[in-house]
Ligand binder design. Sequence first.
Ligand SMILES: O=c1ccn([C@@H]2O[C@H](COP(=O)(O)O)[C@@H](O)[C@H]2O)c(=O)[nH]1
Length: 468
Amino acid sequence: METLVLKLHEIEAVKFGNFKLKSGIFSPIYLDLRVIVSYPDVLRQVSEAMWKAVEGNAKFDVTCGVPYTALPIATAMALDHGLKMLMRRKEVKEYGTKKAIEGHFEPGQTCLMVDDLVTSGMSVLETLDALNAVKLVCTDVVVLIDREQGGKENLKSHGLNLYSALTISEILSILSKHGKLTDEVVKSVHDFIAANKVVKPKVETQAAPKRLSYEEKAALAKNEALKRLYNTMVAKKSNLSVAMDVNSTEKMLALVDEIGPHICCLKTHVDVLDVWNDGVAKSLTDLAEKHNFLIFEDRKFADIGNTVVSQYSGGVYKISEWSDIVNAHIVPGPGIVDGLKQVGLGQNKGLLLLAEMSSAGTMAKGSYTEETVRVADENPDFVIGFISVNPNSWTKKSKDRSLVHMTPGIKLQKGGDGLGQQYNDPKSAIARGSDVLIVGRGVYKAEDPKSSAAEYQKAGWEAYLSEL
Ligand SMILES: O=c1ccn([C@@H]2O[C@H](COP(=O)(O)O)[C@@H](O)[C@H]2O)c(=O)[nH]1
């Protein structure tokens, strides 16, 4: 440790003088660990010293560097000890994945936070918030230097154990022993530290808002179809919606009868069927009654208000007569919601807005997704929720916690279909804030669609219960 401290002093990562801090106060010591990236031997010694401080004390699945100074340190530690590492973004991008935490992990895994130094613990607590928001569990933090200004106590009060390779007192005593500091400087630093203890960090952690149960959402719901959906989910212990995208009407009806007991909602694409008439519509609504599920026609309306009125209520399909839920893009502007509402509200129907899509390269993201929240908030009587993929990353902007998130692109095995579809497994989708999982080929193309529906029902429901 002596060699490391002398080296840190030599490269001016630890400096003594009279330094104006961000807070405006003057400090006789200044720590600038950013410079160690220019000294690979020091970087390795630092990461090794930190590893020794935490090794055997903390149990964890992954590590996460606190941006920015600690990122190279965490990387060195990960490389030398074969640790899985995550990175926190300070600025969440408006494009791409919009992830605050980069890297692969599973919700519920434990994460060791890696920082360069701790004063009050504020930056660690900000990272803790970001990690907790994606359901990572954190109990331990490792730093190179504890400034002994109250950070350890503050972190403890948030349930975090702090491990440090060095304290300011140890640095002072090593440098003084080697004649690098006068007694006067040592005393001024001790006095400064004692006089500048930070008892409580100014930023309190924001616990991730508790997820509402389906019963709680039902109680808040302002729309009849939405209330019915949640009540059905609770009664059947199912958050599964099957997308029955087969072309044969006969096969569709037979399969729906088989899987009916396992679903809360059937999703249809009426325009892919080979036969459609009032009799088929009647068979479908009879099955919905027999097995107690709602019907969601995935029509994805995208026209002006006047046109969608006809598309929803008229034509060959007369969608409003047999479906409980439809969906729409907001590309045309709010007039599309007004048009659909004119038809559906009086008949207790509900509308989902396509906030995100599961397909690669989707344009439904960023400010477009956020605009759907605004449109939903303006129509609480008719808009019942969203087609979404990663709702936890943007729903904080919504006032209405009753809204439902229905997520397509679900399969027990992650992957794609070669045509842009991107699959997530039920557990990760629910952890990202989804309420209803939409499964198509995973069920209707399975060897035994009924068993497959039962399997997805169980996986989805267990994932939901584990989040409460
Ligand atoms: O973003 C979206 C919106 C809708 N879908 C529809 O969901 C199903 C998914 O079927 P799989 O066979 O499970 O891929 C299908 O009806 C799509 O039209 C979607 O996938 N993504």
